[in-house]
Design a binder for this molecule. Structure first.
Ligand code: SF4
Length: 226
């Protein structure tokens, strides 16, 4: 993205009407309770780390049969990927034993090659939009192949991520995979951010200080060095 593209995105963010996806998630839950009277609907939830996933898992488990889908080849280096995955496992084992976990093969080399043309984008712009879409599409395709009722991602809990954009991606994927409904969300709202902090403290989750890819790692390092 050049400077003009970035300025356009910032202007759009400031001026475009925003959808309250938290309110939409509550309305969807009302519909779900009327429709699914004899079982909980199955939801596949893309998750990137325990800090982001803990509150969405707690919230969603009340209403859904939850499976976590950990496909995060964006994370560099591999030890960091394993560390975040280990924390997700620890949380599920300790707190939510009914939640299932699917882990896809890790291939950061191939993933980084796909991000490389956008390596100079600042975090939160074109490279990230691409990155949300790639991981969400892979997860959505899995949900469609395996007969899930719903799909969502926990990433809307992060203040560093564009939850409007993320929900737009989810909605467009629901048109590509119409057998699976997209569960609109903004997990940071409705007390989600606060509960997420409480859970992180309560269970002593490892808290990373960069988003995941090598470019976000370098951006963080450059900030620290300044
Ligand atoms: S900063 Fe995060 S969302 Fe953006 S490209 Fe890197 S890993 Fe993906």
């Amino acid at each position: 993205m050049n400077k003009q593209d970035i300025a356009n995105v910032l202007r759009h963010r400031k001026t475009a009407p925003k959808t309250n996806y938290y309110r939409e998630s509550l309305k969807e839950l009302e519909r779900i309770h009327q429709e699914f009277t004899d079982r909980k609907p199955r939801i596949l939830v893309h998750a990137c780390c325990a800090v982001c996933a803990s509150w969405p898992i707690e919230f969603l488990s009340e209403h859904f049969d939850v499976t976590i889908y950990y496909n995060n080849s964006n994370i560099w280096p591999e030890e960091e990927y394993e560390r975040r995955l280990g924390e997700v496992r620890r949380y599920i084992d300790a707190i939510e034993p009914d939640v299932k976990l699917i882990v896809t093969p890790y291939d950061n080399e191939a993933y980084t090659k796909r991000l490389e043309p956008m390596k100079d984008d600042p975090e939160g712009f074109g490279r990230c939009f691409f990155c949300y879409a790639v991981r969400m599409k892979e997860a959505y395709a899995y949900a469609a192949e395996h007969g899930y009722d719903y799909f969502t991602t926990v990433m809307s809990i992060s203040r560093q991520k564009d939850s409007q954009k993320m929900n737009e991606v989810g909605i467009s994927l629901s048109k590509l995979f119409p057998s699976v409904r997209y569960f609109r969300s903004d997990f940071k709202k409705g007390g989600g951010q606060e509960r997420s902090k409480e859970l992180a403290e309560e269970y002593g989750f490892y808290r990373q200080d960069y988003c995941g890819c090598i470019y976000s790692y370098e951006e963080r390092k450059n900030r620290k060095d300044q």
